[in-house]
Design a protein around this ligand. Sequence first.
Ligand SMILES: C[S@@+](CC[C@H](N)C(=O)[O-])C[C@H]1O[C@@H](n2cnc3c(N)ncnc32)[C@H](O)[C@@H]1O
Length: 270
Amino acid sequence: MAELALSDQVFTRIRGLMHESIGLDLAPHKRTLVSARLGPRIQRLGLSDFDDYLARVCSDSDGGEFQMMVDLLTTHETYFFREPKHFDVMVSELQARRPSGVRVWSAASSFGDEAYTIAMLLSELAAKRTIGAEWSVLGTDISDRVLHSAKEGIYPAERLRHVTEPRLKRFCLQGHGEAEGLVAMRPELKSRVSFGHLNLCHSVEGVGLFDIVFLRNVLIYFDGPTKSEVVDRVLGQLKPGGLFFIGSAEGRVPCSASLQSLIPGAFRKV
Ligand SMILES: C[S@@+](CC[C@H](N)C(=O)[O-])C[C@H]1O[C@@H](n2cnc3c(N)ncnc32)[C@H](O)[C@@H]1O
């Protein structure tokens, strides 16, 4: 099938729409990527060009096609126990403090791998009475597709490659027959983790306050000023003394809050 042409004018409109709605910074060199990701969708819908597609996105009453576009232009790469040093920091901190309750936020949770990883560790700490029984994890994301999957809590086994055998036994159910190769989170673990739709570029106050926040591997989407705004907004929901994590390769982001650096990507709100 012939490749659809993406004009400068339409690319500029897509850039504007994505930046305004979700803070996505589509640099000029991303034009080929935009074309490659949206082109097949346009053809599947039977539309003739990018202009028609933008008209569809903007006129769609339930926002379904806008969601699809966001989904196609963002990356949801994630897996269990990604950047494990951050989880070591979280566990050591909780061992030192022994709080009666812990509330953790996985902002930009994608398919939920990070949220369930945190839940496994909190569950172990609670079983040893290192933390109290009042613990929970909230995962939020802009994409309804990944949130739906996160709520189901079923994964290809490959995504749990860094989960130890004892943890797999304790927290997961292995699929058999048609479900061979799939792993489901056990209901007891799922009951501690909730997921909801949230755009980090809008107000986030509704989520309440947290002891620990993971905002990992999402800042890469935003331009400089948006990064700082998002970090400030998210840090507004972190209790003083709480831990804050970003992807270890994401560098330090200028923000209004005072942060003590612990290891790359890990901070304490002063
Ligand atoms: C690469 S995943 C990160 C997953 C996980 N935090 C990790 O580090 O493995 C980035 C996620 O950010 C989400 N995202 C992008 N822009 C967002 C926004 N404005 N608000 C909320 N989530 C957003 C995407 O939908 C995607 O699922």
